[in-house]
Design a protein around this ligand. Structure first.
Ligand SMILES: *Cc1c(COP(=O)(O)O)cnc(C)c1O
Length: 415
């Protein structure tokens, strides 16, 4: 049963958002002279009340609340306390109702996306190892699969820690315990003693999901000190619904944090990711020098838009948890349908059974057809794989056109 996430009517959504905005500062009616914040430029953006009265998201864009800082712990900017409450609720919806955590046991904030969420996690663990375990920075490394997102390499570069990639099987896209063991032994030989490990909840190119125990077993067998983050940037609003038996939840005490993107499968505006971490860890990313911010700043980004928070809260509230499951169910069925037809045509592909990404071997499909339908390569210079992502707009009617084109190209090849 859901604790925080409930389906709401459009009227209820509107009331809640307008009430929250009313509790934020009103620049026109109050004397607030000291913060570098105001509404959007009214010469450019229509602020006519009649135009906005049924539009809670546009109204929040126009009022432009700043959600700087992390609102699940300590104090926050009081000028925007109304919409900060919506953010706290959204973090609980995601950490409790989607990721099966306990109420009020996790901190989090709406980050700019998966890249920031991943960097935030890795930054926290690096500092945690240095502060709590007295680690030298040289003794810390990052471990992830070779299918992990490139944000791992950004994090490694920014935080000056090396990234060790664990190879995956060519056709199953899974790491193996032996493969990881080899990498860990090499890292130990290089003097690494503290391991920041990132496990994928659907990879960008393949939609593959890492088995968390494939990481945990070798790490523990080799007595490694580690922290485990889950990159759910792609899969966070999909996989928890397609796989009821997901092991990637807060119920697994080996996992400390998650990042999800609302701007991918949840169809929220760009600039919206969800970062969540167990209580007690945010403090390792505190910047005490952020003294002008009420409550200081525990996040990577600084100022950020409250409108994105409201958009995501509205999307989840409108569908409700059952509506969301149905949405994912439909995409799952479409993906299955596509895979059945590709198999009939003898096309070689990879698909994780709980995912809506189908990745076709490049040699298996005519390159002109792939180009015409905008399939995305793993590598633009020398592609080995091309993917189809079954999004909301990728309907069976559209997939049918692709299948017809493939058939036609195969006939031409034979004749
Ligand atoms: C998209 C993606 C990211 C990066 O997310 P941005 O929102 O583009 O910053 C990280 N990890 C995975 C698995 C992704 O699919």
């Amino acid at each position: 049963m859901n604790t925080y996430w409930k389906k709401k009517s459009q009227e209820e959504i509107k009331t809640r958002v307008f009430d929250a905005l009313a509790q934020n500062v009103n620049y026109k009616e109050e004397n607030l002279l000291g913060i570098p914040a105001t509404h959007l430029d009214e010469k450019v953006f229509n602020q006519d009340a009649s135009f906005l009265k049924d539009a809670p998201f546009i109204t929040s864009l126009v009022q432009n609340p700043n959600h700087i800082g992390c609102h699940t712990l300590g104090k926050s900017e009081s000028a925007f306390s109304g919409t900060h409450e919506i953010e706290k609720e959204l973090i609980e919806m995601c950490s409790v109702d989607i990721l099966k955590g306990e109420p009020l046991q996790n901190d989090g904030y709406i980050a700019s996306g998966g890249t920031e969420g991943n960097i935030q996690a890795i930054w926290i663990y690096r500092n945690y190892f240095m502060e709590v375990e007295n680690a030298d920075r040289d003794e810390i490394c990052l471990i992830c699969s070779e299918d992990s997102h490139y944000s791992m390499y950004k994090a490694g570069n920014l935080l000056s820690i090396p990234v060790y990639k664990v190879p995956v099987g060519e056709n199953n896209r899974q790491i193996s315990e032996e493969g990881l063991t080899k990498v860990l032994l090499q890292a130990k030989q290089d003097g690494k003693k503290y391991f920041i490990v990132v496990c994928n909840m659907m990879t960008t190119m393949f939609g593959s999901v890492d088995e968390v125990n494939d990481f945990v077993k070798p790490l523990e067998a080799l007595d490694c000190t580690y922290k485990l983050h889950v990159d759910g940037a792609y899969g966070g609003f999909y996989y928890p619904f397609s796989d009821e038996n997901s092991q990637l939840t807060f119920k697994n005490e080996k996992i400390t944090s998650f990042s999800l993107d609302a701007h991918k499968m949840a169809q929220a505006p760009y600039g919206t990711g969800v970062f969540m971490i167990r209580k007690g860890f945010m403090k390792y990313a505190n910047t005490q020098e952020a003294s002008y911010v009420e409550g200081e700043d525990f996040t990577l980004i600084g100022s950020r838009s409250g409108a994105n928070v409201i958009a995501t809260w509205m999307i989840l509230s409108k569908h409700g948890p059952y509506g969301w499951s149905e949405k994912v169910y439909i995409l799952q069925r479409r993906t299955q349908w596509l895979c059945g037809h590709l198999a009939d045509l003898g096309i070689e592909y990879y698909r994780h059974p709980m995912s809506n990404i189908v990745t076709i071997k490049n040699h298996s499909i005519d390159s002109e057809v792939a180009k015409r339908f905008g399939l995305v390569p793993d590598n633009h210079k020398n592609p080995k794989w091309l993917k189809i992502v079954v999004m909301e707009h990728v309907t069976i009617e559209k997939l049918m056109l692709l299948l017809d084109a493939i058939k036609k190209s195969q006939v031409e090849l034979v004749s």
